[in-house]
Design a binder for this molecule. Structure first.
Ligand code: ARG
Length: 592
């Protein structure tokens, strides 16, 4: 269905035409002065020059034409030429009835859905996820859900870092510790053991140890690099170890992402495109895109009009080794072949912006993508501590993602128990379950309510608060609605039979006016790849609901049809809120 502003604009356009002016002047927007009106139109001022007339005179003529409008109850001309507008309660009611009746509340689906791949998460195998992985996971997941909700065909790919130096480091360290393992016996031709010679906790210790050694010991590092390239070139024992590192590491990564409701359609990685690199490089050479510069193979990507220096995109190092760029380009090639995407969106730390600019330019120049394929970089800002520096543990170390999630759960659990002490009957077990659900909202909302590109400070106290612009506040509002609806049912009410009604007071109308903004919100969150827009919408909606709730007796309302209308409004509000938090990537408990 059409967005409310589109419909109001049509009505206004007709009034301009009826008064003898260009209908295009009738653009209606949300009011800048909510104390005076709900919507406004500035067309009279825009038209004043062309019609050589005072804007106020035009506005008055248009307002006259709206005297019996079924849409506007108020259309007032105000100096210097505004049209201040209020819509009729009946009109709002009809709009809400349509929303209620249609799938996705009547959100219009695209005529041609786009095929979109979202590359997000950015996990590296054998290395634990840390706080820096929070944003690419949380934002990417939400962008995926928003675009899907908006009607596009979306595939999420974690694009594992599984082919780099960390693998060589783990192999080197293992060899150091257990040189007798069969993987290191080059004359061995039999099958390798099915069990890995390490567990996930071993890996968690081995990788940091190896990484630390490589920073101090140049010879060790050289051996790790050599091991990496041997593994890449197919040395049997090393490939077998690679497989086992994957097998041990992946379930752990999945568990971490699960704890945040982050789910990928594809668990592909850098290793998947290894085999495509030789032909791709050959093609780039043959077509004359790539040339040798200081021993390395590069593609120039600077363009006319660049205001800053864009270095060439390196395809192969002077020793013939491929790089991060090379795998990203080969991945684009593979994605174009397998999924034919119209758009690929990358959600990663914004410090990779220049890197992606080089990769995108290179992909265009070498025609790995079609001219119309959109390549989009959504760079995320950093999670900082309260001191404004990147978030660390209390001891000053790297904060593991797992720890951050656990601490948030613990804090949420504490808060839930605290509110239980104020007289609610919730068992410890239920409190724990609820805490887990609410903790996800605290983390994700705390993150998503900030624009992706901005840094923010992680503030446990604020994020887990039941008050203010937080996930728990939104969930609290939803559970409040659910508990009223449950009581209504207990009293014999049937939710399937409730019927919406026209608003009876300002607070109720304000809630309705908020609900009708749903379509514009989803549309722009998708087009602008901006989950924070959904956050600010749910926050406004929750506030509008709570304001209405505090001033209205719902279950005690004696007039039956009025009570039915109030309950129907609650149902719609709950459903819209839940659809929104679902695209943000979290859910609500039944109670809290
Ligand atoms: N694994 C990478 C890192 O840790 C992020 C991957 C981002 N995606 C990509 N296609 N390059 O920096």
């Amino acid at each position: 269905m059409k967005k409310i502003l589109e419909l109001l604009t049509e009505e206004m356009g007709q009034a301009f035409e009826a008064a003898g002016y260009d209908g295009k002047l009738g653009r209606v927007t949300l009011s800048n002065r909510p104390d005076l009106c709900e919507f406004q139109c500035n067309g009279a001022m825009a038209g004043a020059k062309a019609y050589k007339k005072a804007p106020l005179a035009i506005a008055s003529e248009v307002a006259e034409r709206l005297a019996d409008s079924p849409v506007f109850t108020t259309a007032e001309a105000a100096a210097p030429g505004f049209l201040n507008l209020k819509v009729s309660g009946e009109y709002l009611l009809h709009y809400l009835e349509e929303m209620e009746a249609r799938p996705k509340f009547g959100l219009e689906m695209p005529e041609k859905p786009r095929e979109i791949i979202i590359d997000y998460g950015g996990a590296n195998v054998a290395k634990p996820l840390h706080v820096g992985h929070l944003r690419p996971a949380v934002i990417g997941e939400s962008v995926k859900r928003i675009c899907r909700y908006a009607g596009h065909h979306v595939t999420g790919d974690v694009h594992l870092g599984d082919w780099g130096l960390q693998m060589g480091l783990v192999i080197t360290e293992l060899k150091e510790r257990q040189p007798d393992l069969v993987y290191f016996d080059e004359s061995y031709e039999g099958e390798y053991p099915r069990e890995a010679p390490f567990t996930i906790s071993d890996l968690e210790e081995i990788y940091p140890a190896a990484s630390a050694k490589s920073k101090e010991d140049a010879d060790y590092k050289a051996r790790a690099m050599e091991a990496t390239s041997q593994m890449q070139n197919g040395l049997r024992g090393y490939r077998a170890l690679w497989r086992q590192i994957m097998d041990v590491s992946l379930p752990d990564l999945k568990k971490n992402y699960d704890s945040l409701n982050v789910e990928f359609d594809l668990w592909k990685g850098e290793s998947d495109v290894h085999g495509l690199i030789p032909d791709m490089v050959q093609y780039m050479k043959e077509e004359g895109y790539a040339h040798i510069s200081e021993g390395a193979l590069v593609v120039d990507v600077k363009e006319e009009g660049d205001t800053k220096e864009i270095p060439p995109c390196m395809i192969l190092k002077s020793n013939g080794a491929s790089l991060y760029n090379t795998t990203d380009l080969a991945t684009i090639l593979e994605r174009m072949n397998l999924y034919h995407p119209d758009q690929i969106i990358y959600v990663t730390d914004k410090r990779q912006e220049l890197y992606f600019e080089q990769v995108f330019r290179c992909a265009r120049k070498t025609k790995l993508v079609k001219p119309e394929t959109k390549l989009t970089f959504l760079g995320n800002g950093t999670v900082n501590g309260k001191d404004g520096k990147p978030f660390k543990t209390r001891e000053g170390g790297v904060m593991r993602l797992e720890t951050l999630v656990r601490e948030t759960r613990e804090e949420m659990y504490r808060k839930i128990l605290e509110s239980r002490e104020k007289g609610r009957e919730i068992s410890d077990e239920e409190a724990e379950k609820i805490a887990d659900i609410v903790a996800v909202s605290a983390l994700k909302y705390g993150d998503l309510s900030n624009q992706a590109a901005k840094d923010y400070a992680f503030d446990m106290e604020k994020f887990t608060s039941f008050e203010g612009d937080t996930g728990p506040y939104i969930l609290y509002t939803i559970t409040r609605i659910k508990s009223i609806l449950a009581k209504y049912r207990e009293q014999g009410g049937n939710l399937a039979q409730v019927v919406l009604g026209a608003p009876q007071d300002e607070a109720e109308k304000a809630l309705m006016l908020q609900l009708v903004q749903f379509h514009a919100t989803m549309e722009s969150a998708c087009e602008e790849i901006a989950p924070h827009k959904v956050c600010s919408f749910v926050y406004d909606l929750a506030n509008a609901f709570n304001h209405f709730y505090h001033g209205t007796s719902i279950l005690k309302e004696e007039n039956e049809s009025r009570r039915s209308a109030l309950i129907a409004l609650l149902v719609l509000t709950r459903d819209v809120l839940e659809a929104c938090i679902d695209v943000l990537g979290f859910g609500a408990p039944e109670r809290m």
